[in-house]
Design a binder for this molecule. Structure first.
Ligand code: NDP
Length: 225
């Protein structure tokens, strides 16, 4: 499917690795001017070599104040992909306060905060736009050792609905994409063990997990402005 983003500016969070990194490449090849936001400078530097012309912003989205400062001059953005997230896997009885704090900060609060920054600017310009939140099947399906991750993705789905409700009348579309397992670093962390993976794969009609390219096909349906 060919999508044309010429003349559009897209901001992708968690752009250093995995799905976010491939999303940057896909958006740029579709003609978008891309702002890539991530935590590790080396990832952004190598991405900028692969995708000359992109703008990179290095920030830990877990920090509200640092995010505010880092994004204060981003200017007009037409498309926001809230992709950054962390997965801290712990059995329910061993879940730590730190796992809750970091996961809620990145997976939920940062999505709302980055969206506020981008949406306020869209509204100020009177332009329409699109926000895509990368959620997960984990928002709807209980997964072993995924207490915090599942809870944050459930919260993200509801955040997405409220954002869609409030921003829709202001010409900003908000959607969530809920992929199944994608074999990125995060995917490998949770699903490399063949014994654990087998029951999950058996419920997927194709009998295999997604690669980043496959998930981008789904994402591209949502982000087309
Ligand atoms: P990866 O762990 O491979 O990549 C995540 C990216 O987000 C990294 O570049 C990471 O940077 C960045 N990031 C994480 N925390 C922060 C932070 N605090 N500030 C800035 N950047 C940050 O994840 P995936 O590509 O697999 O996942 C992308 C999205 O897709 C996530 O929302 C995830 O929940 C969702 N998803 C993934 C699935 C999977 O199986 N892989 C399945 C369903 C949904 P750094 O490494 O430097 O921290």
């Amino acid at each position: 499917m060919e999508i044309n983003f010429s003349g559009r500016t897209a901001l992708v969070t968690g752009a250093g690795k995995g799905i976010g990194r491939e999303t940057v490449k896909a958006l740029q090849s579709g003609g978008a001017q891309v702002i890539a936001v991530s935590r590790t400078r080396a990832d952004l530097d190598s991405l900028a070599l692969e995708c000359p012309g992109i703008k990179t912003i290095c920030v830990d989205l877990a920090s509200w104040d640092e995010t505010e400062e880092a994004l204060k001059d981003i200017g007009a953005v037409d498309l926001l992909v809230n992709n950054a997230a962390v997965a801290v896997l712990q059995p329910f009885l061993e879940v730590t306060q730190d796992a809750w704090d970091r996961s809620l900060d990145v997976n939920v609060k940062a999505v709302a905060h980055v969206s506020q920054i981008v949406a306020r600017e869209m509204i100020k310009r009177g332009s329409h736009g699109s926000i895509v939140n990368i959620s997960s099947q984990a928002s709807m399906c209980a997964l072993q050792n995924h207490t915090v991750y599942c809870a944050t993705k459930g919260a993200l789905d509801m955040l997405t609905k409220v954002m869609a409700l409030e921003l829709g009348p202001k010409k900003i579309r908000v959607n969530a994409v809920n992929p199944t397992v994608v074999m990125t670093d995060m995917g490998r962390l949770g699903w490399s063990d063949p014994q654990k993976a087998a029951p999950m794969k058996s419920r997927i009609p194709l009998g295999r997990f997604a690669g980043v390219g496959l998930s981008l096909v789904h994402l591209s349906f949502e982000i087309n402005l």
